[in-house]
Design a binder for this molecule. Structure first.
Ligand code: KG4
Ligand code: ZN
Length: 342
């Protein structure tokens, strides 16, 4: 009989524009991680088109799962549980993964574990940092979410700050579009910023007086758009690299300041970052520096585990599995699922 120490989870992620499957051994070892990105398709429209995303997931999901099993050199006979993202995300996209996970779990009589997408992002930190254990503070910065989370224990989260408007990644994508960089904007701004001066233009940094851990990025986004419009009206050519670098600095400064405030206030020795924007090179450098100054241990996943993937879902599913979480055949996609809900 298999011991509890020997658990393999097949994980599925389809909440947005990546169809992904992975096999995770004992919560921390990635046996395979297959990602089929739809970025090239959505680029044509300047952003993710939900209807197209759902259809592509349907086309790809079986193939991606087969590849994940093959790469891990296992069959479904070796799998102990199925983990799947069931929210938050695009409802049609989520439904594809959830239906697939339910079908496999039912046919193979395996436990089904629904995973919160953000719990997945946070758990990505456990993959390469084998010694990382809660408690710690995690800054989650993705295309749809900007949360400061106090991770009390595996599966126990307290959201201590959130964005009041745009998510950080959304702001990157909108500014990138305004300066003609295309979708997805985050990686392009990251790259172009290296050629620009981050102090060239002073864009506003929002601090919420009533909540020191909340964020707001619509002000800085509007300031960039106003700056560009102003230049265009005066027929002045602006330096795109300077705009990108100055915008990026305004966003990163606030992310770092709030994260450091949280670490201090909650008396934590560890800080982790997660989500697509966590792969931003300047954010990683700035956070590393700030953590060194404050004597805090800094953790971050490799870029491939920052953007959407199924390995992170498998890791989160493993800890939920150990905690006894099991979902029934009535598991549904929950587009606005709250962190910590079951
Ligand atoms: O986590 P993710 O793959 O999907 C969501 O759950 O939303 O995050 C995607 C977001 C996009 O907004 C993308 O522009 C941003 O992450 N992103 C970046 C970088 N790489 C991806 N933002 C800034 N710098 C990057 N290097
Ligand atoms: Zn994500």
């Amino acid at each position: 009989m298999k011991e509890l120490r020997d658990i393999r989870i097949l994980a599925i992620e389809s909440s947005c524009d990546e169809t992904a499957a992975a096999v995770i051994h004992n919560g921390r070892e990635v046996m395979s991680n297959v990602i089929s990105s739809q970025i090239e398709l959505h680029k044509l429209y300047g952003g993710v088109v939900p209807e197209i995303a759902s259809r592509k997931h349907i086309e790809k999901i079986n193939q991606v799962i087969e590849e994940a099993l093959k790469e891990a050199e296992v069959t479904l006979d070796d799998i102990d549980a199925i983990g799947v993202t069931y929210g938050p995300g695009l409802v049609g996209a989520l439904l594809v993964g959830v239906a697939e996970a339910k079908a496999i779990a039912y046919a193979r009589k395996l436990p089904l574990i629904g995973v919160h997408h953000i719990e997945g992002h946070i758990s990505a930190n456990y993959i390469e940092n084998k010694n990382l254990k809660p408690p710690f503070i995690c800054l989650v910065v993705s295309g749809g979410h900007t949360h400061l989370v106090c991770v009390r224990d595996y599966g126990k989260y307290e959201i201590i700050g959130r964005t009041r408007d745009d998510a950080a990644g959304e702001a990157f994508d909108k500014v990138a579009r305004a300066i003609g960089l295309g979708y997805p904007g985050g990686p392009k701004i990251d790259k172009l910023s290296k050629e620009g001066n981050p102090d060239a233009i002073v864009f506003p940094k929002a601090h919420m007086e009533d909540s020191p851990y909340d964020f707001s990025f619509s002000g800085v986004k509007s300031a960039v758009l106003n700056y560009i419009n102003g230049c265009e009206m005066k027929h002045i050519e602006y330096n795109r690299a300077d705009v990108a670098a100055s915008f990026q600095k305004a966003v990163i400064d606030v992310l770092v300041e709030n994260a450091m405030k949280a670490v201090k206030q909650y008396d934590m020795a560890k800080l982790a970052i997660a989500g697509g924007v966590a792969s931003n090179s300047s954010l990683r450098e700035a956070m590393k520096r700030a953590c060194e100054e404050h004597g805090v241990q800094f953790y971050h996943p490799s870029p491939i585990f920052c953007t959407d993937n199924a390995a992170m879902i498998g890791v989160a599913a493993y800890y939920e599995y150990l905690a006894g979480t099991r979902h029934g055949w009535d598991l549904n996609a929950v587009p606005n699922l709250k962190l910590g809900e079951r």
